[in-house]
Design a protein around this ligand. Structure first.
Ligand code: MSP
Length: 526
């Protein structure tokens, strides 16, 4: 039988500057999900890429004395290098300037015109240049762009419009029939109450005021305006409408499309409607995450509070950064990055809780059993049963949460197991058992510790692959093909398994004061 498929996407990012940790979060989250699903045996496909057209890019290129194509080529390299450094395992990287996209996006626009979904009109509105979005008076906040807070300009131009109203009832019905479509739930209410039910406005889908875009085939003084161009990437990347649509047939509809809260409207309203117009199935789930904020609000260069992933990774390692991002952003809500918070999580969660558990266990296994993991001989110590039950339950909870994209709570469940296992050492005091020469009970303790480190190592794998490998290697488990089988029962460690003689610490404790200063300094310089 064919494997079940899992298709996950990130938004395609504007190549308008270096990516900060906010952008990195979305990609890391999608990567984590893809890795998890792969471990669960799914045939996964993970897409990310760049949204390379638009007025802002045209202007940025000019400012840099470059042709737009030259500019986006450089930015694409920057993006690919960053994802490589972050060990992101995307299967494809789509750029909207690639022919495989432009050709099909043009055809899609044509089809909409032929079907009468698109009509020509005049657009007059308040336009935010950096966000490439028109707003109505009522959407503005203090007369400024509701998303970025910058000035808007009154503009008018001939333009094509997509007749959204035509699909309004169908969309409402879709929401009724698919209550799980948009997550979290409060976003769905927001969309229905603020946008869909009050009546959809037609969407402007072309521009004549700039050139850097895909020309409309039948009216080339117009370029396709951002959302028809951008959103269709999710299907053009699969070869939809091309001579080879094998991937499209295999992976569409997407299982999860991850987006930031600022672009929910486009993914939860326009995207489904475009797909309806194309008579294609809709994605199974759109998940909108919150923003990574700084203590003084949004990240911005003018505030001197931007932090780039490279800065943190080069000093603290990839896994520490991934851990922070995934742990600190509550499901669907905003999270805060602060140097203090980062260093605290590093020292307390990674060094103390996880690092020490591994260190102590390896040391004891070497000291008392020459590094050979003792055989499982039942539940000899009082807390053994409790620990076994707890571990099985935690791994289940960890999986339930990650399945729902609750990455922060999924990690929290793993950390509860880490704490419980540390507590188990205090409860059983192996050093006393050794003194009392109670070899049998001592063996049981060491066995249980290693067994739980195995679970922890595997559970951490989708989030922090390198740390997972280090843990498994130190406890003598080959890590290539580990998966979530055999997590619901004991025993699992093969007889004769040998742990490492002296393991490197997973994370070196940070001098908090010094590192907080260091990060603050980096933020000021950015
Ligand atoms: N190009 C469009 C998306 C088109 S998708 C068909 C776009 N690009 S963007 O570069 O501005 O933003 C990309 C993503 O990064 C969005 O999901 C946005 O929410 C996310 N983030 C930008 N800043 C962020 C934070 N500070 N924190 C978390 N995510 C953030 O919009």
């Amino acid at each position: 039988m064919d494997k079940k498929t899992f298709y996950i996407t990130t938004p395609i990012y504007y190549p308008s500057g270096k990516f900060h940790i906010g952008t990195a979060f979305t990609t890391v989250a999608a990567d984590t999900m893809a890795r998890y699903k792969k471990m669960k045996g799914f045939d996964t496909r993970f897409l990310t890429g760049l949204d390379e057209h638009g007025q802002k890019i045209e202007e940025l290129a000019k400012k840099n004395n470059k042709e737009p194509q030259e500019y986006v080529d450089e930015m694409a390299k920057m993006a690919k290098d960053l994802w490589k450094m972050m060990e992101i395992e995307n299967d494809d990287f789509i750029r909207t300037t690639e022919e495989r996209h432009t050709k099909i996006a043009q055809n899609i626009f044509d089809k909409f015109m032929e079907q009468g979904d698109i009509y020509k009109g005049k657009y007059k509105g308040l336009y935010c240049m950096p966000c490439e979005t028109y707003y109505t008076e009522s959407q503005l906040v203090d007369g400024k762009c509701p998303d970025c807070g910058r000035e808007v300009k009154l503009m008018e131009e001939e333009a094509y419009f997509f007749n959204m109203k035509k699909y309004e009832q169908k969309l409402i019905k879709f929401y009724e029939d698919n209550p799980e479509f948009l997550q979290p739930e409060f976003r769905k209410q927001e969309m229905l109450n603020n946008f869909i039910k009050p009546g959809l406005e037609d969407l402007c889908v072309s521009r004549t005021s700039f050139k850097w875009g895909i020309p409309v085939k039948k009216d080339p003084k117009h370029v396709i305006y951002v959302w028809v161009d951008a959103l269709t990437n999710y299907i053009t990347a699969l070869g939809y409408g091309s001579s080879d649509d094998t991937l499209f047939k295999k992976y569409w509809p997407a299982d999860v499309q991850i987006v930031g809260k600022d672009i929910v409207r486009f993914h939860a309203i326009y995207w489904p409607i475009f797909l309806m117009a194309l008579k294609l199935p809709l994605p199974k789930k759109i998940y909108a995450h919150g923003f990574i904020m700084m203590k003084d609000g949004k990240m911005s260069k003018s505030k001197g509070n931007v932090i780039y992933p490279e800065t943190l990774i080069s000093r603290y390692g990839l896994d520490a950064v991934k851990y922070f991002l995934l742990r600190e952003l509550p499901y669907g809500q905003d999270g805060v990055f602060s140097p203090e918070g980062f260093v605290e999580r590093f020292n307390s969660d990674l060094c103390n809780d996880l690092g020490n558990l591994l260190n102590r266990t390896i040391a004891m296994c070497n000291k008392y059993f020459d590094g050979i993991v003792p055989a499982y001989n039942g539940k000899l110590n009082e807390p053994d049963s409790d620990l076994e039950d707890y571990a099985i339950k935690q791994i289940e909870k960890m999986q339930e949460n990650i399945e729902e994209l609750k990455l922060d709570t999924s990690l929290e469940e793993i950390w509860k197991l880490i704490s419980r296992t540390n507590k188990y050492i205090d409860e059983t005091t192996p050093w006393t058992l050794a003194k009392e020469e109670n070899k049998e009970k001592l063996a049981s303790v060491i066995y249980h510790l290693i067994e739980n480190l195995r679970r922890i190592g595997i559970a951490l794998r989708p989030f922090m692959k390198n740390t997972s490998s280090k843990i498994l290697k130190q406890i003598g488990i080959m890590d290539e093909n580990v998966n979530f089988d055999n997590m619901d029962k004991y025993p699992n460690i093969k007889e004769g398994t040998k742990v490492i003689e002296k393991g490197e610490p997973l994370f070196m404790r940070l001098d908090a004061e010094k590192e907080i200063e260091y990060i603050k300094e980096q933020m000021k310089n950015n």
